[in-house]
Structure formats: structure tokens, C-alpha cells
Design a protein around this ligand. Structure first.
Ligand SMILES: Cc1ncc(COP(=O)(O)O)c(C=O)c1O
Length: 389
């Protein structure tokens, strides 16, 4: 039987024991091996810097290389393309700034309304500086899906980049990023995939997707707060990186601004190893069973509105919902009184909420450490809240 709960001290020990944690899309609990790897690194004396003449400096270089190998194995990509940074948002800002250097007025970028704002605003700000235009693809609010042609239909002669999410952090939708990438490449455009919400919930194969840039954040998959961006190695060397002069002129060091957080990198390695050892497919299977129960339970109550897809196909186990007569905040506060953690608001998916014409909604996401009992508690509590009890 699938059971990883005992690996999460944040769930089984301390002040938050007994909480049902549906807040994973905002950040999961950290797996024991990642917590220990970070502490072990800091205790080891290896905390130094790269490229020195003594063993601790070598250990820093080895750690970065080893972690690039591990995330390369997890995401099926050339290890030489992985950049470690503070967050996906920070990484996307550096990359869009570099991309913007080479754009000319009249160039176009296609983004989507399904995306987290970290894959929209950096493009808009860069486009403003470069005189380029951002075109936003609408998703279908009836089905919660983003049909491929909604994106490819906006690609034209002047499109240089397409930016699309691998999975919505609000409603779970997974667009067909492989088909979108193929169409963009055929039109001569490059593709950035936001894989932050995809990585914890489905096996990722960057090589098969074929995209040029892929971002993920390890704190969404049981690791530390950090952003990991893969840039296709030739593109990585070609982009106009905004960096200090002594920083490397080739490779990921071009986009790793300042000294990397080695203790975090040690924990990223352990978290990626946890996903590899557990199997993302096994996690997906467990999450799907729980999510089916959650989605079914909420859809069965006509006082609850579930935004986004109402089925299980091509989606992450994450949903946004509202309860008649209650604000999202009221629902979240009432659930917290029952020791159930959910998020309320827009969770930076501004365009998703605007597309539905709402300010926000309650969000619940399944993570590997959740159980049937957690789901039943959530569904039962939402029913009580809806009935005014
Ligand atoms: C889908 C998605 N993309 C991007 C981000 C931004 O990630 P970070 O907090 O690492 O900047 C998030 C964070 O919630 C997200 O859910």
C-alpha cells in the first residue's frame, strides 16, 4: 500500500499534527531526507564556495553537479542546463530580461490566461521595454481546458516566444505542452513551460516535450524553497545574461546570480531523489484516487461550485471551489477551525480568476502524504459549512 506519510515530520510531529494539509499547491511539507540533507550539509564543513583549491570548495562543485544530474534524471533533460535560483519567479525575470535584449519592436510573445502570474508579468514588463506585444490565449471557462489551437492560433510571423503552463496551480488543467511546443517551433518561436505545478503530480520528460526552457520549484515537491530552471544548453550560452563580469560566460553559472544556496541544493537533491525512489507514477496513482473522491464529493453538493474541469483527464489533483452564500475567506476560516488547511484568494493566478469573473476561490490540492480520511474530513466540513451548521 502506498504510504509516505511517515516521511513527513511536518505532518506527523509537532504543532501541526492532526491538520489535513490541502495547502500543498502553495508549498508542500518537506520530506525527512531533504531536511536532513540540508542540515548535514551545513554541519559538514563543506560550506564554502565554488572553484577553490581545497576539499570543501570541491565539495560545493560536486554538490551542484550531482544535483544537476539528479534533477536531470527526474525531468529527463541534459543536466548541463539546470540553473538553481531563489524561486521560479526570480528565474523567469532573469530569463525574460535576457530574452528581451534580443527582441525588436513589433515582435510578439504568446502567454496564456491559465498561467500563474510569474509566467505573464515578467513577459509583459519585458515586452514594454522591448516594444514587443504580449498576446494572451484564453482558456475555455466552460470546460476549464486550454485547447491547443487557442494558443497556436495566436502564433504568427512575429511570434518569438510562447510561454505556457504545464499545469494550472488554480484549477489543475494540464494543456498539451508537447503539441504547443511543436507548433511554436514549426513557426520559429521558442517555448517556456512553467512546470511548477506539473512536476509533483506527473512524470516529466523535458526531452519529449521539446521545450526550450522549463521551470520548477522544489518547495512544491517536498523540498526546500528554491527555483530550478532548465535552459536548453545552446540557448543558455547564447542568451544575453545580465550577470556580473567575473561570473561564468558559459553554462548555468551565467544565470545563477551570486553564491548559490548550497544547503538548499543539498535538499533539492534529496527531494528529487525522494520522487525518483517513490516514483512519480505511484504518487500520481495515489493522488488520483484521493482526488476522485474529493472531486466527486464536492460535485455531489449543488451548493458547491467547482471551477475548472469536472473530470479527471489531463489534470493535476488541484481544484478551486466556492460555497453558496459564503466568501472564499469565510470558507477557509471555517475549515481552519476544523484543522483543515486550504488556500483562498487568487494564488497569483490572476487571469484565471478574471476569466471566471471572480476575485478568488477556495483551493484544495492533493499531496502524496494525504489520506482518504483527510479527504472525507474536507468534504464533510464543506457540507456542514454549506448547510450553515
Ligand atoms: C504554477 C506556478 N508557477 C509559478 C509559481 C511561482 O513559483 P515561485 O514561488 O518559486 O516563484 C507558482 C507558485 O505558486 C506556481 O504555482
Amino acid at each position: 500500500m502506498f504510504d509516505v506519510r511517515h516521511r513527513f515530520p511536518g505532518i506527523t510531529e509537532g504543532d501541526h499534527q492532526g491538520w489535513a494539509r490541502f495547502d500543498g499547491p502553495a508549498g508542500t511539507q518537506v520530506v525527512d531526507s531533504a531536511i536532513e540533507a540540508s542540515a548535514a550539509w551545513q554541519r559538514s564543513g563543506n560550506n564554502a564556495n565554488s572553484h577553490g583549491a581545497f576539499p570543501a570548495a570541491d565539495a560545493c562543485d560536486e554538490l551542484v553537479e550531482r544535483t544537476q544530474q539528479t534533477v536531470g534524471e527526474l525531468l529527463h533533460a541534459d543536466p548541463g542546463g539546470f540553473v538553481f535560483g531563489p524561486s521560479t519567479t526570480a528565474n523567469v525575470f532573469s530569463i525574460t530580461r535576457a530574452i528581451g535584449h534580443d527582441l525588436v519592436p513589433g515582435d510578439e510573445i504568446v502567454c496564456t490566461r491559465l498561467d500563474h502570474d510569474s509566467n505573464i508579468s515578467p513577459w509583459m514588463l519585458m515586452a514594454e521595454d522591448a516594444g514587443a506585444t504580449v498576446r494572451l490565449a484564453d482558456f475555455d471557462t466552460t470546460t476549464g481546458r486550454l485547447p491547443t489551437d487557442r494558443v497556436t492560433g495566436l502564433i504568427g510571423d512575429r511570434t518569438r516566444w510562447v510561454a505556457v503552463t504545464g499545469a494550472s496551480n488554480a484549477i489543475g488543467t494540464m494543456p498539451d505542452v508537447t503539441a504547443i511546443t511543436a507548433a511554436a517551433h514549426a513557426a520559429g518561436a521558442n517555448v517556456v513551460v512553467d512546470g511548477v505545478h506539473l512536476t509533483p503530480h506527473a512524470p516529466v520528460d523535458i526531452g519529449a516535450i521539446g521545450c526550450d526552457v522549463f521551470s520548477t520549484s522544489s518547495y512544491k515537491w517536498y523540498g526546500p524553497h528554491a527555483g530550478i530552471t532548465w535552459i536548453e544548453p545552446e540557448l543558455l550560452d547564447r542568451l544575453h545574461a545580465y550577470k556580473v563580469r567575473p561570473a561564468p560566460d558559459t553554462g548555468p553559472g551565467r544565470f545563477m546570480l551570486g553564491t548559490p544556496a548550497y544547503e538548499s541544493i543539498a535538499a533539492i537533491d534529496a527531494a528529487a531523489r525522494f520522487l525518483l525512489d517513490t516514483g512519480v507514477d505511484e504518487i500520481r496513482c495515489h493522488e488520483r484516487q484521493l482526488f476522485e473522491r474529493l472531486l466527486g464529493g464536492l460535485l455531489a453538493d449543488d451548493r458547491v461550485t467547482v471551477h475548472g474541469p469536472h473530470d479527471l483527464a489531463d489534470r493535476a489533483p488541484t481544484l478551486a471551489f466556492d460555497v453558496d452564500g459564503r466568501t472564499a475567506e469565510q470558507v477557509a476560516v471555517a475549515l481552519a477551525a476544523d484543522r483543515i488547511a486550504v488556500w483562498d484568494g487568487h494564488y497569483y493566478a490572476l487571469e484565471v480568476m478574471a476569466s471566471y469573473g471572480i476575485a478568488g476561490a477556495v483551493r484544495a490540492g492533493i499531496a502524496a502524504y494525504l489520506t482518504v480520511d483527510d479527504v472525507d474530513r474536507l468534504v464533510g466540513a464543506v457540507r456542514r459549512i454549506a448547510s450553515g451548521a
